[in-house]
Design a protein around this ligand. Structure first.
Ligand code: MG
Length: 390
């Protein structure tokens, strides 16, 4: 079929990747999967390859590559591995859209490869804009690549800005659910366990982002993401806590009008929009009943109990290596928390300790981004060891 969109999905075994494949399955006549990038979940990747028959796929480790290469090849699928594999997958000839859904700063280089080869990028990997937004956006302009947000808040803003003039924008209002601990005191938050933190009230997502939602670091990262994606000054970005997760974000204009996008908290909606834009797909999702919901509430965020949100705003303002360091320290701290090496309250202490130790640097190249990312991870390891010893 000539006008089928050809897709590469980086992070196909994660939550966004699996939801993307659900949409592809429902719209086989519109989408064709050319490449799938997984990480360690070989079993699921193999299953996906059997079902969607891509020409290429990629795993994280060489040992998995050696073990499974033949099995993938028998399915007519060339297996790649590691960072170079992901970059190759992202830049494949004849691909229209790359869904960038890897977890963390590891998604930066593949995303950049997709951008440099002028693809349309459906961006779920917010970290690539958090750590190198200035570089990625400049490269997108240079190579004519379109970046379409998959993050639900940014998809909402993107939809609200549709057809509007930039100079009429007054501010962006990112909504936040507040996560599972919005009602808890800071002391009580120190006591929560991994299972409590993984229980998000509204959204079903991967482990890393669910913990980031519980600390509200996720919203801080989204402020940085919005700053680059929409080229808006940080003081024009606000955050409101909206417990129901029905209003996915808003835009206020100079005439006092506020546009909002509403819908059930289902990632298939923003994913499908990024895949089908400027069209919309008829999706089999739960329809919201406004009369059943009856009440939509909005509150100011509490920076005292959620210091990582404050650090996110600060990093967005300062730019340079600050968001790189913040993100790397947070990734390390969240991993340590998930391994049950440090407590929930230690996540922000580790991040704060690391960000305080590092001096400002402009960070104008990918090499510098990687350098500061590495330093921050070393410092974070030290801080985690200190916390671990108590
Ligand atoms: Mg989001």
């Amino acid at each position: 079929m000539a006008d089928q969109k050809r897709l590469v999905i980086l992070g196909s075994t994660g939550s966004i990747g699996r939801n993307t494949l659900k949409i592809v399955e429902a719209y086989k006549e519109r989408y064709q999967v050319v490449g799938l990038g997984g990480a360690r979940n070989v079993e699921l990747l193999l299953e996906q390859v059997k079902r969607f028959r891509p020409q290429y796929s990629c795993l994280l480790y060489e040992e998995d590559y050696s073990t499974f290469k033949d099995e993938f090849e028998r399915l007519g699928c060339q297996l790649l591995w590691g960072k170079d594999g992901y970059r190759r997958l992202a830049a494949l000839d004849g691909v229209d859209t790359v869904v960038s859904a890897m977890v963390g700063a590891a998604g930066l280089l593949p995303t950049l490869s997709a951008v440099e080869s002028g693809k349309c990028v459906a961006l779920a990997n917010k970290e690539s804009l958090v750590v190198a937004g200035h570089i990625v956006m400049a490269s997108a302009r240079k190579h004519g690549a379109k970046i379409l947000p998959v993050d639900s808040e940014h998809s909402a803003i993107f939809q609200c800005l549709n057809g509007e003039k930039r100079e009429t924008l007054r501010c962006l209002i990112l909504t936040a659910s507040g996560g599972p601990f919005w009602e808890l005191s800071k002391e009580a938050m120190d006591e929560v366990g991994v299972d409590d933190a993984l229980r998000h009230p509204n959204w079903s997502m991967g482990a890393k982002i669910t913990i980031d939602s519980a600390t509200m670091m996720n919203k801080g990262l989204e402020v940085i993401e919005a700053r680059w994606l929409f080229d808006v000054e940080v003081d024009k970005i606000k955050v409101l806590v909206h417990r129901q997760s029905i209003v996915h974000s808003m835009v206020e204009f100079v005439d006092g009008a506020i546009m909002a996008q509403l819908g059930s908290p289902d990632m298939r909606i923003p994913i499908a929009y990024a895949l089908s834009w400027p069209e919309r797909l008829d999706l089999d999702v739960e329809r919201i009943s406004l009369t059943k919901i009856a009440e939509l509430t909005f509150e100011e965020p509490d920076f005292g109990r959620f210091p990582l949100l404050a650090l996110g705003f600060e990093a967005a303002q300062r730019g340079g290596n600050v968001p790189v360091v913040l993100n790397a320290a947070n990734e390390m701290a969240v991993e340590a928390f998930l391994r049950r090496e440090i407590g929930f309250g230690a996540i922000w202490r580790v991040v704060e300790m690391v960000t305080k130790r590092i001096e400002f640097s402009p960070c104008d190249s990918i090499e510098e981004v990687q350098y500061w990312d590495g330093i921050a991870r070393l410092y974070a390891e030290e801080a985690i060891r200190k916390e671990d010893k108590g």
